[in-house]
Ligand binder design. Sequence first.
Ligand code: A2P
Length: 339
Amino acid sequence: MLKKKDKYVVAIVGATGAVGNEMAEVLEERNFPVKKLRLFASERSEGKIISFHDESVTVEILTENVFKGIDIALFSAGGERSLHYAPIATKEGCVVVDNSSAWRMDPKVPLVVPEVNTHDLKWHKGIIANPNCSTIQMVVVLKPIHDAAKIKRVVVTTFQSVSGTGKKAMDELLNQTSDLLNFKDIKPLVYPHQIAFNCIPHIDKFMDDGYTKEEIKMVNETKKIMGDDSIRVTATTVRVPVFRGHSEAINIETEKKLTANAVRALLSKAPGVLVYDEPEKNVYPLPTLTAGKDEVYVGRIREDTTIENGINIWIAADNLRKGAALNAVQIAEKLIEMA
Ligand code: A2P
């Protein structure tokens, strides 16, 4: 449990990665009460300097002995590191907000999106899981609709940027794009296929039933965060050649009828959501618009005329911010409020 203090010793585990980097920026931007920032990565990054406010912070090697004296650790260094180091950190009294999928479905670990289920933070035992990026941006929008009209079923297709895979994938998209434009041969390294000028309907591993793990995460995590096992979710997740920002086409079937205008009114009052929906002026969410922004943008709000109570929407959000770093920092802010 976090003790009330004026300022906290905060660590970022995986500080040199795409999400870790963003975590430091979000902590700085939101003036998080940081007494001291500690940055950890692999031995490859030892000694790298990252600036935080007016200071230069040196990246240290992650070992089992580093957690003494750290109040809050934001983890984004992959599932294996989280599985191994998060319990070690909690033994030292450190509260861990973990961005990997390692702890998300553990019944003893809350899975939290502050706009949806802050109340679940009450029962944490040292580790809080940050949900999957595509799930976070979807549930922020589903929650007010569920509260108003009870969602029965969700059909979602994602268009996910390469930053969700990490820094190496961003380099791969950049290099492939430039090589192909210069008539050079390319060799896919991070993804099984060329990602430049392509769409790959394959995120994370395939399961026996033909779904990918990313699709299953969206199904299971949505139920856990919303606290309702009755919501049926089916997903198709697709990697697209976008650097930053995930988009999603979502079809929602509700028990009660909601008009498109009613959905627009509900979402315009919802925390963390920005209704961006004037199609006649070409105004709709785009990943280029949401880069660096905190809100989940929602537009293309229409009634689905093929079922009795259905709505179609299109959303976009910055996967590195609301989908990862910002949500983790917001969880830490709530923990401080509750301390
Ligand atoms: P490093 O840069 O030293 O490899 P991304 O998801 O963008 O690829 O970032 C992954 C983050 O996790 C990086 O900060 C990376 O550090 C860190 N990381 C990867 N493997 C380890 C490890 N064995 N120990 C500590 N940090 C690690």
